[in-house]
Design a protein around this ligand. Structure first.
Ligand code: PGA
Length: 251
């Protein structure tokens, strides 16, 4: 049975004071969160320690990125062992903003997945097509290629520690979400491809999140789909009422 996972990706937003206030105000709503929902906050890395110190049992922590190296002379980087030492459980890998603005390649992302797994961090591996690719009916082959390059070198046992987030690039931050049918069609495709490569058991256990303009208004219809196991939420996770409503829809 796959429990529903809701991750709030704050991206590069909030001062420390605002970040702590958001956590404190979410805590006030946490008693209403469905017990079956797993809630994860992905604040800017700079705030992970402060938020970890609040020791809130209703959420876990994710990083938004990590180095593919474990340690060394890599100025400005943060490694998976460092994240692990701060009680971080998940790390978002291959978000389209990192692929686009920071030119992260498929090979680099595969190495980052490996860095997470060898340090006991669950990678949240993002995939998704551009609008042009969907219009040209290339969205399935695009996503399959991202999965092949980023994950297909793993063993089925390693895959069990991976979460996938399908995030169509045209839906991220645009207010234009994929319909539940469009999203679920892709999620089913992803699971079928993983099943063919890793086996049915591994594929059935894996959680596939949807991301891209998830809101309080559309979360319930997306999360009701058979192959959608949660949400990677950007903009709406910055607002207490919206994020709490999305978590509430995860029952
Ligand atoms: P959004 O972002 O919810 O603001 O569209 C999602 C994401 O980038 O993970």
């Amino acid at each position: 049975m796959r429990n529903t996972l809701v991750i709030g990706n704050w991206k590069m937003n909030k001062t420390l004071e605002e970040a702590v206030e958001l956590v404190v105000r979410l805590k006030e709503k946490a008693t209403d969160f469905p017990p079956s929902a797993e809630v994860v906050l992905a604040p800017p890395a700079l705030y992970l320690a402060s938020i970890a110190m609040l020791e809130e049992p209703w959420h876990k922590l994710a990083a938004q990125n990590c180095s593919h190296h474990d340690y060394g002379a890599f100025t400005g980087e943060i490694s998976a062992p460092m994240l692990k030492s701060m009680a971080v459980d998940y790390c978002i890998i291959g978000h389209s903003e990192r692929r686009t603005y920071f030119h992260e390649t498929d090979a680099l992302l595969a190495a980052k997945v490996d860095a997470c797994l060898r340090n006991g961090i669950q990678p949240v591996f993002c995939c998704g097509e551009q609008l042009k690719q969907r219009k040209e009916r290339e969205h399935f082959v695009t996503v399959l290629n991202q999965l092949q390059q980023g994950l297909f070198h793993l063993t089925p046992a390693q895959l069990s520690d991976v979460v996938i987030a399908y995030e169509p690039v045209w839906a991220i931050g645009t207010g234009q979400t994929a319909s539940p049918e469009e999203a679920n069609e892709m999620h089913t495709f992803i699971r079928q491809q993983l099943s063919a490569h890793f086996g049915e058991v591994a594929a059935n256990d894996l959680r596939i999140l949807y991301g891209g303009s998830v809101s309080a208004g559309n979360a319930a219809s997306l999360l009701a789909c058979s192959d959608i196991d949660g949400a990677l939420v950007g903009g709406a996770s910055l607002h207490v009422r919206d994020f709490a409503a999305i978590i509430g829809a995860a029952s």
